[in-house]
Design a protein around this ligand. Structure first.
Ligand SMILES: Nc1ncnc2c1ncn2[C@@H]1O[C@H](COP(=O)(O)OP(=O)(O)OP(=O)(O)O)[C@@H](O)[C@H]1O
Ligand SMILES: [Mg+2]
Length: 251
């Protein structure tokens, strides 16, 4: 079995002048190539920290992280668009940084902008766009480099319910059809279940694996779409189980 990333007995402590926060303790999990894994857990449990560790933005205090690619796409809780660059320029930023800004790749960016309903806004600046549009632009920028491993930290949390549902389903469909290995952090249980092959439930801080669910839908053979999954009986069952796991944590 080929893994895109492996965490082995990871701990992470943050130090401030007079105290120490243990964000992660003895955490282990693996992600297969092409697998879509969601992480759900209570607020402050260490989910963003785990993504930062995988991306190499933070170093673990203990343990080992193996990432079998240099091509990681990261989308943060906030969209991180640059206000002084227009939408198109924001979207090709990753390509420029990686010296991949060929005519062909730039054309792909324009195609994505078209697909995500942003083409008429390509010369606008981020402050002129709605929250949902900004988030879509950030996604285009992340996908433009065609990452082998995609790290998504609550990418849809700033969107209104309707947009969130349609963008979430659309992105889920793209990830599955392009077989992009993905780790998605989300508070939204339906989103996690409908998009993922596996859902990992974290404990309260320090983060450890509390439960793990392999998500399978017998009713959706072949290329399942998030929308099809939402309409199955199994969906409700997964939802209730994960809800219960999280609810107990928050009592
Ligand atoms: N750079 C840092 N310095 C000090 N403490 C930090 C740092 N980053 C995170 N922490 C602490 O680590 C803990 C876990 O934070 P983290 O952001 O990973 O949680 P989270 O699960 O992503 O929360 P949320 O669901 O609210 O986004 C928190 O107590 C936080 O205060
Ligand atoms: Mg977070």
């Amino acid at each position: 079995m080929e893994y895109i990333c492996e965490l082995k007995n990871i701990s992470k402590r943050f130090h401030t002048i007079n105290n120490e926060t243990k964000a992660v303790e003895d955490l282990s999990f693996k992600v297969k190539k092409g697998e879509i894994v969601s992480i759900v857990g209570p607020s402050g449990s260490g989910k963003s920290t785990v993504l930062a560790l995988i991306a190499g933005l933070e170093k673990p205090s203990e343990g080992e992280i193996i990432v079998n690619t240099n091509s990681i796409g990261f989308m943060f809780q906030k969209d991180q668009l640059y206000e002084w660059r227009n939408i198109y320029k924001n979207c090709i930023l990753g390509l420029e940084v990686k010296k991949m800004d060929t005519e062909e790749n730039k054309r792909k960016v324009l195609n994505m902008l078209e697909k995500y309903g942003l083409i008429n806004f390509k010369n606008h600046f981020p402050s002129q766009l709605s929250g949902g549009m900004r988030q879509r632009a950030a996604l285009v920028r992340t996908l433009a480099i065609e990452p082998d491993l995609l790290l998504l930290d609550e990418p849809f949390s700033a969107l209104d319910y309707q947009t969130r549902l349609s963008i979430g389903d659309e992105v889920g469909r793209i990830l599955r059809s392009e077989k992009i290995s993905t780790i998605l952090v989300t508070h939204d249980i339906p989103e996690a279940v409908s998009i993922s092959d596996r859902v990992i439930v974290f404990t309260e801080r320090p983060a450890k694996v509390k439960k793990e669910y392999i998500i399978e839908f017998d009713e959706c053979p072949g290329e399942r779409t998030p929308m099809q999954c939402r309409n199955t009986l199994a969906f409700g069952e997964y939802f209730r189980n994960i809800w219960r796991d999280l609810d107990v944590e928050e009592e």
